[in-house]
Design a protein around this ligand. Sequence first.
Ligand SMILES: Cc1ncc(COP(=O)(O)O)c(C=O)c1O
Length: 436
Amino acid sequence: MTAVPAQESHAARLREVLPEHSGVTEAGELTIGGVEVSALVEQYGTPLHVFDEIGLREQARRFVRGLRERWPNSDVLFASKSLPAVGMYKIAQEEGLAVDVAGAGELHLALAAGVDPARIYFHGNAKTTAELAFALERGVGTIIVDNTDELDRLDALLTAPQALLLRVIPGVEAETHASQATGGTRSKFGLPMDQALAAIERMRAHPLMRFEGVHLHIGSQILNTAQFAEAVEKISSAGHFPTYDIGGGLGVKYTHADDAPSVEAYLDEIVAAAKAHLPEGSRLLIEPGRSLVARAGVSAYRVVSVKRTGQVFVAVDGGMADQLDVALTLQRYEAVIANRAAEPAAEAVQLVGRQCESGDLLIDGADLPEARVGDVVVMATTGAYSYTTSNNYNGALKPAIVFVADGEARLVTRRETYADLLATHAPALEGGTATD
Ligand SMILES: Cc1ncc(COP(=O)(O)O)c(C=O)c1O
């Protein structure tokens, strides 16, 4: 068997951004959950999202136990927009997390996964009457109200007491990409403090609105934990309530050079702020998404072409159709050649996708061994928001999701098929009708 070269391999350099339960065999194959990624792509095809299931569960426990130890009256909500897959909703429920959904689609997925409706929190800045009616009919535990039009809708719909939280704008400008900041004064989410106080009065006066407290979410991929402490202080100014939900947003390490706070450091910071500013004994909720699922997931592709035109373009069989978050947030990622993981990096390449956009650049300057057609390229830390934002650009099919643990792989979400792609166009096809 080949010995790992004395020079550090490109995969070893990325140890901290690859899934916790990953490794490299003597033959230089990257493994996740004890299974070679090359074998997974043989079986399930590419592009493929692969998750280290034990890593997912361990991270969930770090949040649940860590928060409970520090603030017993608490709950961790899985922000399901980060990985809206039925397999993941099931894990969240099994690991004792509640679930937050934003919209009827995520609510359908959560209910199908068997999540207890009482443990579901329903978000959204533009919930329709139909969505609210569906949530009420299915017994969703808590609705997180965004605005007064939503209160009008609830007023018309409610026939039984309903627990509500109100989303407020804390005025915290999160240090992150502009598209990921949601708590600044110009945010489209929630109400500014003065309007929030009026909305709270209205809920309190209503016979069926059970107002329980306030919610905020300052943004995503936030690496400075002091910003969460600031948010806790700001939310305390709304008043004394039974519940405070301080949202998600903890950032993760995407590149070997990034420095991201641990779950423990984050919890220490928010609980210290809660002890300083929130009423003793109140209920504290957090909603991690990215930090719960990002590291456990990778995306695997096949190299389709290697072109040397002054720059080295390594083109793979996926792209912004399954990895849109790169273009939305300009997040920098790292990659590994899974079938040659023990080799050192040889050059910095443009890792590009196959969609018809120059912006379909997965990694600008990925350090890789000299790539060859047919190699399996794995992008690390893609567990959050990649599947979420997958789309059909250029007729791409949404990828499959595989969970791997203890040497066993299981398909939790199948790849879309061309039949799926055509199905919604049935009205335009022979024999289809406008109402199909
Ligand atoms: C209301 C709310 N809660 C939680 C989250 C999860 O954030 P993150 O994935 O950064 O933890 C989001 C993400 O946008 C959100 O909008």
